[in-house]
Design a protein around this ligand. Structure first.
Ligand code: SAM
Ligand code: SF4
Length: 321
């Protein structure tokens, strides 16, 4: 279905929990006030929303959180969404800590593509950023996922004064294995307001100084706004997601749903349309109407450059990044 700006909305990011086993300093360094479990959509309710979403032309889903793998049965949900006729793809965004453990069931559920958040390859810096010494476990998960045949993308946020040079070592990951190494600009959402992002324009110039032959990679890599490049001789690609310095709202194709069933048309604003009650009473017509409504009120663009206009006050883990 098209929104009022003519954008085709065909992708939904679904948060299944606000809980997490890490405490990233740009997301929820001191934790959050957790929503009561009874307010979370059950997997059956999430599937009922996905069924209506598919009927409106949303065929691709990303499971996120909080940390989606801390909610029991995440693989079951992926399988259930794949069973909806018309679902084309279900992918997962994770911090990677529990990924190795759940890989076999995720694979059996149909998962073939996973995003792993990885801000550095330095143990000390990783622990400073996430609050836990889990780097080795995350790297083990990454290798295990590659070995199993998953398409793996890493997500890195570079922040001044914290991990601003970690891109050098992260790029090398893509040299020998076909992993997409991606750099995201920090958005002024929640704790993200406190940090200073490194612009992807600046980063690209630095990369080009070392790898002058870096070239655009025209192949399609996914459903999002990442722009990909290839360094000759590298197995993987390098991606840039430039929410701040490369506004991509014109081609935004997504809707978000929080773990409590709030449909969120844009990350920047606090406006949501709830589908929880209508999903709870099994009213598929109402679910459809509410999805349509959320698509219709999707703003033309975000306002991250005018921070005082950002009305979203929640932290990323409560929204679903
Ligand atoms: N726990 C999972 C993970 O870390 O991948 C999934 C949820 S997390 C909120 C999803 C993504 O959002 C992560 O890649 C994280 O780096 C990113 N993120 C968190 N806060 C952000 C912010 N303020 N701006 C941009 N990205 C952010
Ligand atoms: Fe957890 Fe992901 Fe937020 Fe880090 S970014 S605290 S891993 S939800």
């Amino acid at each position: 279905m098209k929104d009022l700006c003519g954008r085709e909305i065909n992708y939904m990011r679904i948060s299944i929990t606000d809980r997490c086993n890490l405490r990233c300093q740009y997301c929820m360094p001191d934790g959050i006030e957790l929503c009561p479990m009874k307010d979370l959509l059950t997997y059956e309710e999430i599937v009922s929303v996905c069924q209506e979403a598919v009927s409106l032309g949303i065929h691709k889903f990303k499971i996120t959180g909080g940390e989606p793998l801390v909610r029991r049965g995440c693989a079951d949900l992926i399988r259930m969404i794949y069973e909806i006729p018309g679902t084309e793809e279900v992918t997962l965004t994770t911090n990677g800590v529990l990924l190795e453990k759940y890989l076999p069931e995720l694979w059996n559920a149909g998962l073939r593509s996973v995003n792993i958040s990885l801000d550095t390859l330095d143990q000390k810096v990783y622990t400073e950023i996430t609050g836990f010494p889990m780097l080795d476990q995350v790297l083990q998960s990454l290798k295990a996922a590659m070995k199993m045949g998953m398409h793996v993308k890493t997500n890195t946020i570079l922040q001044r004064g914290r991990n601003e040079s970690s891109w050098k070592e992260l790029l090398i990951l893509a040299k020998d294995i076909p992993v997409d190494v991606r750099f995201l600009e920090l958005m002024p959402i929640g704790e993200g307001k406190e940090g200073e992002t490194i612009s992807n324009t600046t980063l690209f110039q630095k990369i080009k100084e070392i790898y002058p032959d870096i070239k655009p990679d025209e192949r399609k890599h996914g459903n999002g706004p990442a722009i990909y490049y290839k360094i000759p001789g590298f197995e993987g690609s390098i991606g840039f997601i430039s929410a701040i310095h490369g506004v991509f709202c014109d081609s935004c194709n997504r809707l978000r749903m929080t773990s409590t069933g709030e449909l969120k048309p844009c990350l920047c604003y606090d406006e949501t349309i709830s589908v929880r009650d209508v999903a709870r009473c099994g009213d598929s017509e109402k679910i459809r109407e509410n999805i349509k409504h959320a698509i219709q009120i999707k703003p033309k663009k975000h306002c991250f450059s005018e921070i005082e206009k950002v009305s979203e006050k929640k932290k990323m883990a409560q929204i679903g990044g």
